[in-house]
Design a protein around this ligand. Structure first.
Ligand code: HEC
Ligand code: HEC
Ligand code: HEC
Ligand code: HEC
Ligand code: HEC
Ligand code: HEC
Ligand code: HEC
Ligand code: HEC
Length: 437
């Protein structure tokens, strides 16, 4: 609340229009501190705010509530680009000063001031969200050929309204240097910007408030981490920690400074607490892969151990496990924590050894004998195999590792055994008859 009030003071000085004076008289006249900030803003910088208060008041209202407004960082600091930048466009301008702007604000722009956040993001699994899709022909075929029906004009729609909105894409520009409709707007995590940088800093703390309190809430992750193949928000709600958050989270304090958010502000962890926030001796990290042991999304789970940001095994498994246990140790005994991970690891190994491996053995044999259909999406065996690892298998593994019994069991192992019986039935029929049913 305190800093919101302060930003109102700043605006009061910046904008000599009726609405601000009305507001400033309600909260009192600005003091010397805000005068200093006022001097930091150039006339062009002020003009953006004045005019946009009329044209797009939503942007200004959100910005006004941000730490940026408090610190005197405004539209021009993020949106101005060099005249020769690929995405530079001429804008309804301030007097005769030529200011080039773009609606695109890349992580490189944020990284000018937030060096650590950008470096950590660049070393995380989030960084590869789109890069990893580029070489995968089968995934492009799924989007364009099967889902898009190879339609001469419209085949891009499934990718543009689906994958891209979570994973991002390479943002392309039209002849006026504006982003094209095929590539923007999108909130995808791994956007590749015209300036070459990658990411989406507003994926978790949305523009123009850029609030850490927002990013500490589980729903800041939920627009992407949900659904049949990675139901992380549903898993969280099903866990005891979700129970705590859902019954009393609205009374917790999400507003403390970075690195100072500790038990006492909250009784139970959110996604951010376990995967990103500073807690006890751990510092804040924008590298969400840093505290992980397994890879739980791949067809087979292996222990992490790679520096290559494009590798599924990005991270250091044993070190990641130690860090994750440090999170738990703030609120649980080591017996509680060690036993919890023994339970979870057992479930991951059972999935690997009793489901993934036998299913893959059958798949390989059928392939060798020419008993798989060329189009996997019309082949009952291949479809069921896909569900086994990509849906049910992930739910069982992620449910077990984050304490969600409904996902570990009913949406997980229960369905896994059904998948495996089905695969065995089709396999037997094809091997005996030598043909595809
Ligand atoms: C005199 C009024 C005025 C001034 C001054 C002004 N803008 Fe704008 N701006 C507009 C209008 C009008 C639009 C178009 C809105 C629309 O397309 O609906 C716009 C659009 C934009 C866009 C989006 C462009 C797009 O194609 O999506 C950005 C970014 C932007 N302005 C930033 C700035 C910045 C930064 C400044 C200060 C350097 C600034 N504006 C100054 C009126 C202004
Ligand atoms: C801290 C950096 C920052 C500041 C300050 C900032 N913006 Fe933005 N703005 C962004 C980001 C990030 C995006 C999303 C860009 C993207 O998709 O690449 C954005 C998007 C936009 C867009 C296009 C998307 C839309 O929703 O229409 C407009 C217009 C815009 N900002 C106007 C403004 C105005 C006006 C101000 C000042 C009141 C402002 N911005 C201040 C970072 C900033
Ligand atoms: C010109 C420098 C500058 C740029 C560019 C910039 N920031 Fe900031 N940012 C700051 C300053 C200064 C603060 C305030 C630090 C404080 O309050 O202690 C801040 C604070 C923040 C915070 C913390 C807010 C809170 O609730 O405490 C977030 C999150 C943030 N910025 C994100 C971004 C993002 C995302 C971008 C790019 C879209 C960006 N910043 C661009 C300087 C910048
Ligand atoms: C805009 C969508 C989006 C949001 C919001 C989002 N993520 Fe992700 N996340 C992704 C995508 C896409 C991937 C997969 C990246 C890849 O292609 O490997 C991912 C992967 C991950 C991974 C696995 C990384 C690895 O190395 O395998 C973790 C952990 C994760 N996210 C945690 C979080 C947390 C915690 C939050 C909220 C604070 C969050 N994510 C918010 C889209 C998102
Ligand atoms: C609702 C958001 C969302 C949509 C839509 C989405 N994904 Fe994902 N995807 C994710 C998240 C989140 C993960 C990370 C899962 C995890 O870590 O367990 C992920 C993981 C992946 C992975 C594995 C990560 C890696 O590095 O190899 C691939 C491949 C992938 N998605 C491709 C796609 C493709 C292609 C589409 C569209 C056909 C798509 N996704 C649609 C959110 C989404
Ligand atoms: C996956 C979600 C997510 C993404 C993406 C993300 N952040 Fe954050 N960010 C958070 C969370 C959660 C916190 C709060 C950590 C804590 O509890 O103190 C935070 C805190 C911050 C802070 C204040 C703490 C600090 O370390 O100074 C800044 C500044 C910041 N983020 C900038 C950025 C920038 C710049 C980017 C893009 C490179 C970015 N964020 C991308 C989730 C995210
Ligand atoms: C109590 C701490 C805790 C909370 C809360 C939590 N997680 Fe996790 N998360 C874990 C642990 C532990 C693992 C498994 C790490 C390992 O490999 O040992 C994990 C794994 C993951 C993975 C799988 C990465 C992969 O390899 O496929 C994703 C994605 C993820 N979490 C996202 C989230 C999201 C999103 C939320 C909130 C909706 C959340 N987590 C809440 C502790 C937590
Ligand atoms: C901020 C404190 C906090 C952190 C951090 C935390 N937990 Fe919890 N956890 C709790 C509380 C409080 C409960 C509810 C206890 C109850 O049921 O009475 C709980 C419940 C649980 C439960 C349900 C079983 C039980 O004893 O009630 C498991 C399992 C669990 N936590 C595991 C973990 C793991 C693993 C981590 C680290 C990855 C972790 N927790 C991190 C506070 C925390």
């Amino acid at each position: 609340m305190k800093h919101i009030l302060r930003s109102v003071f700043i605006l009061a000085l910046l904008i000599p229009s009726g609405w601000v004076y009305a507001e400033s008289s309600a909260v009192g006249v600005a003091n010397a501190k805000t005068l200093k900030i006022d001097r930091g803003l150039t006339p062009e910088g002020k003009a953006c705010i004045t005019c946009h208060q009329q044209t797009t008041p939503g942007h200004v209202a959100d910005w006004k509530e941000s730490r940026h407004a408090h610190a005197g960082i405004s539209c021009i600091d993020c949106h101005q680009v060099a005249e020769d930048a690929p995405h530079a466009m001429r804008h309804a301008n301030v007097e005769d000063t030529p200011v080039f702007v773009s609606p695109l604000v890349s992580p490189k722009v944020c990284g000018r001031c937030h060096v650590d956040a950008k470096e950590q993001f660049d070393a995380s699994g989030h960084f590869r969200a789109y890069h990893q899709i580029i070489p995968k022909d089968n995934l492009h075929a799924l989007q364009v050929v099967h889902e898009g029906r190879n339609h001469p004009e419209l085949s891009g729609a499934p990718g543009e309204t689906g994958c891209m909105q979570c994973h991002g894409t390479k943002i392309e520009l039209d002849e006026n240097n504006r982003p094209t409709a095929e590539t923007w707007p999108n909130n995808g995590m791994g956007n590749i910007y015209p300036d070459g940088s990658t990411g989406s800093c507003n994926a978790c703390h949305s523009r123009h408030k850029f609030d850490i309190a927002e990013a500490r809430h589980p729903h800041a992750c939920a627009s992407c981490h949900l659904g049949p193949d990675h139901p992380n928000i549903e898993i969280f709600e099903n866990s005891k920690h979700g129970h705590l958050y859902n019954t009393e989270g609205d009374e917790w304090n999400f507003d403390t400074a970075p690195d100072a958010w500790e038990p006492g502000d909250y009784r139970g962890p959110t996604c951010a607490t376990c995967h990103m926030s500073g807690i006890g001796e751990l510092a804040v990290t924008h590298n969400v892969s840093e505290r992980l042991y397994w890879n739980l999304w791949a067809p087979e789970s292996k222990v992490r151990g790679s520096d290559d940001v494009l590798s599924p095994l990005l991270g250091d498994g044993p070190a990641g496990r130690e860090k994750m246990k440090t999170v738990c140790s703030n609120c649980h005994s080591s017996t509680h924590t060690d036993n919890f991970f023994k339970q979870g690891d057992k479930a991951v190994r059972l999935y690997n050894e009793a489901y993934y491996q036998p299913a893959t053995k059958m798949l390989d044999e059928l392939k060798e004998k020419g008993l798989l259909k060329a189009n996997p999406w019309t082949d009952e065996f291949q479809i069921t195999y896909y569900y086994l690892w990509h849906h049910e298998g992930r739910r069982a593994r992620q449910g077990a590792m984050m304490g969600a019994p409904d996902y570990a069991h009913w949406h997980g192992f229960f369905e896994l055994q059904q998948d495996l019986y089905k695969l065995e039935g089709i396999y037997k029929k094809r091997m005996e008859s030598g043909e595809i049913e």
